[in-house]
Design a binder for this molecule. Structure first.
Ligand code: LLP
Length: 436
């Protein structure tokens, strides 16, 4: 987080709040969000892309009512991809016209909820969904603005599970075989839908700008095909080119994401020149960052419980440092071989560094948070450690595996801490039980 510092006593402070105070007051594991960091990253994206673009925060990265309020304050739009995310956005009184709905299998109930709320647009993902939404909108007596999600055939160089624009996957309409153009025709023919944009999302944790550039070229290529078939006047209602999320962040020092300004300038230039070339008014460029806004400003605070040296077959030893959370609050290492950085934050240490494996308390050996971390040799039970950049896809992908209860989430700002999601309790677990 931008607001992290080590005090003279060796204790790390986050936005001026010592981690010892946070752990004492709220317990561990604890997600601590540096509010100024989160807000400054909203501002950074707006500044990089400029006032004529539209920035959606992808709420799947992390959402709760407080976060939705920050996003609204900062002037961003909000992407939701489920009825639950929509409900939280509405609970925050997020301006509905700035909400966009995503998903490859939105239910009728979710579509109805979106229309009832008056969401700005819905991103359509299949022919079945085009017909379904047309019908739902007809019943509701509204004409709904929609985008068509295009699969542009770009292989983003990221983990297979989180790259989404190559052809063989469940999202969107392929350019290949004319599927995307078919979708455009179908929407143009639907009385209760108004096509206002094209959408592409090529993947997540991407470090190369060229994948986004290729996606931009291809989406605008589709626009060119639409112009050939329907003419400039009809095509001009397609006034948004949304290139999705995916900008990578730095989890460990070797991660080197491209600057926002570079991405914004290159994409802006493509949209400028290529829309002019097809004779269309310049569409609005939209992007949907989640991780780049929510990720860097949060740490997970854990208490060390046990330290064990295991002798390996080679005769070497491996140190296992167990913390009081694990794969239920951070599944990303187990799922994507993600890498994280960890620091001893409750005191200084003069001890030399040793390689340690930071593991959780779950009943399986895959419960690893960091495979190889340098930690002071004297890390011991009772120490607090912080894992950095856990703001995106950690709480939001959390589970109750082994009936662990979800951690609390605290926001820190100007030397003060505020609880924004309370810790789950055993009573919460028992409250689902029907058999008393
Ligand atoms: N827009 C769409 C349509 C998306 O599907 C996503 C992410 C985003 C925007 C935001 O992407 P971001 O800027 O956060 O990369 N659970 C995985 C990431 C899955 C991303 C899914 N879609 C992880 O933990 O790395």
């Amino acid at each position: 987080p931008r607001g992290a510092a080590r005090g003279a006593d060796g204790v790390v402070t986050l936005a001026g709040v010592p981690v010892l105070d946070l752990a004492e007051k709220y317990g561990t594991p604890l997600f601590v969000i540096d509010e100024a960091d989160f807000r400054s990253r909203c501002k950074d994206v707006i500044e990089a892309f400029g006032p004529s673009s539209r920035i959606h925060y992808a709420s799947k990265a992390f959402l709760c009512t407080e976060i939705a309020r920050w996003v609204a304050d900062e002037g961003l739009s909000l992407d939701v991809c489920s009825g639950g995310e929509l409900a939280i956005a509405l609970n925050a009184s997020f301006p509905p016209e700035r909400i966009a709905m995503h998903g490859n299998n939105k239910s009728v109930a979710e579509l109805e909820a979106g229309l009832a709320a008056g969401v700005g647009h819905i991103v359509l993902d299949s022919l079945i969904e085009i017909d379904r939404l047309n019908e739902v909108a007809g019943r509701a007596g509204v004409v709904q603005d929609v985008l068509v999600r295009v699969t542009v055939g770009v292989e983003a160089h990221t983990h297979e599970f989180i790259s989404t624009a190559h052809e063989d996957q469940k999202f969107g309409f392929s350019l290949a075989g004319g599927k995307a153009l078919d979708a455009v025709r179908r929407v143009f023919g639907a009385d209760n839908l108004r096509l206002v944009g094209l959408h592409s999302h090529i993947g997540s944790q991407i470090f190369e700008v060229d994948g986004f550039e290729l996606a931009a070229h291809r989406v605008i290529g589709l626009l060119r095909d639409v112009v050939s078939e329907f003419g400039v006047d009809k095509t001009a209602q397609i006034s948004t080119i949304d290139l999705g999320g995916g900008l990578g962040i730095s989890y460990v020092p070797t991660d080197n994401p491209p600057p926002l300004e570079e991405l914004a300038a290159k994409l802006g230039a493509i949209v400028d020149s290529e829309s002019a070339a097809v004779g269309l008014p310049r569409p609005t460029l939209a992007v949907e960052p989640g991780r780049a806004i929510a990720g860097p400003g949060t740490v997970t605070l854990y208490e060390v419980g046990t330290v064990k040296d295991v002798t390996l077959g080679s005769g070497a030893t491996r140190r296992y440092v167990s913390v009081d959370g694990g794969m239920s609050d951070n599944i990303r290492t187990a799922l994507y071989q993600a890498e994280y950085d960890v620091r001893l934050v409750s005191r200084d240490s003069e001890a030399g560094p040793v390689v340690a494996r930071v593991v959780g308390k779950h009943c399986e050996s895959g419960d690893v948070i960091i495979r190889d971390a340098w930690m002071p040799d004297d890390v011991a039970p009772g120490d607090l450690v912080a894992v950095a950049a856990t703001g995106a896809y950690c709480y939001s992908m959390s589970s109750r595996y082994n009936q662990l209860t979800r951690p609390a989430v605290v926001a820190v700002r100007d030397g003060a801490a505020r609880l924004i999601l309370r810790r789950e309790t055993v009573e919460d677990l028992l409250s689902l039980e029907v058999t008393q």
